[in-house]
Write a protein that binds this ligand. Structure first.
Ligand SMILES: Nc1ncnc2c1ncn2[C@@H]1O[C@H](COP(=O)(O)OP(=O)(O)OP(=O)(O)O)[C@@H](O)[C@H]1O
Length: 200
């Protein structure tokens, strides 16, 4: 499996953020997207996820599931945790599993892995920032998708949480997945750097 961007141009609010960007990520690899604030790291992830339309160029996944679009094969985890505050931890995860569809893993096991098995019935509104992040990470495990697009994934995680997440990323790439992560901090696993917008 290979994700390939050719000549990708991003325009937001009528302003060109980046132009002519070439990039590639293959199965078993993590790519860390780095660059100064506003250089377009989040925008690039959203372009790959199909949440923004490129103003130019192409983004193609070769060797994936031919019956599915690229966005259908991606998990996009934004830096803001997309949770419904009135729903419980378990209900939030069920919502995402229903919304995303496809092959579904064991939700209880996913919550145990991210360390939220003690809080399954707690409304998401009561979670701490790190717990909200952990609940978002549980999505990656409950619904299997090969391409993980992660925006500042370790934000708010404590040291143990960062270690746990490094292990999950390692397993994902070892099983043939690929990761593209926008980050200002070290990703926590071996990764190749994709710098956008020049030197910070
Ligand atoms: N909805 C929007 N409308 C107009 N401009 C936008 C919009 N969203 C983002 N931008 C602009 O696009 C540019 C790139 O933003 P983006 O969030 O992709 O950068 P980033 O590299 O992820 O930044 P950071 O390191 O601060 O998270 C910024 O100049 C930003 O102001």
């Amino acid at each position: 499996m290979q994700l390939c961007g050719r000549g990708v141009t991003c325009v937001r609010g009528g302003r060109e953020v980046f132009a002519g960007l070439d990039f590639k990520a293959v199965s078993g690899e993590a790519v860390a997207v780095v660059g100064r604030n506003g250089s377009g790291k989040t925008s690039l992830l959203r372009l790959i996820a199909g949440l923004l339309i490129p103003a130019g160029g192409t983004i193609v996944l070769d060797g994936g599931d031919a019956d599915m679009t690229l966005p259908e094969q991606c998990h996009y985890l934004g830096h803001r945790d997309a949770l419904k505050p009135a729903l419980s931890v378990q209900e939030n995860l069920s919502f995402w599993a229903d919304f995303l569809g496809g092959e579904r893993g064991d939700a209880a096991e996913s919550l145990a892995i991210v360390g939220l098995d003690h809080a399954t019935h707690l409304p998401a509104a009561f979670l701490s920032a790190g717990q909200r992040r952990r609940l978002s990470l549980a999505r990656l495990l409950t619904v299997r998708r090969p391409v993980w697009l992660l925006d500042e994934p370790t934000n708010a995680l404590d040291v143990a949480g960062q270690d746990m997440f490094s292990g999950l990323m390692r397993q994902h790439v070892a099983s043939g997945g690929l990761i593209i992560a926008a980050t200002h901090a070290p990703l926590g696993i071996e990764s190749r750097e994709l710098r956008i917008g020049g030197v910070a």
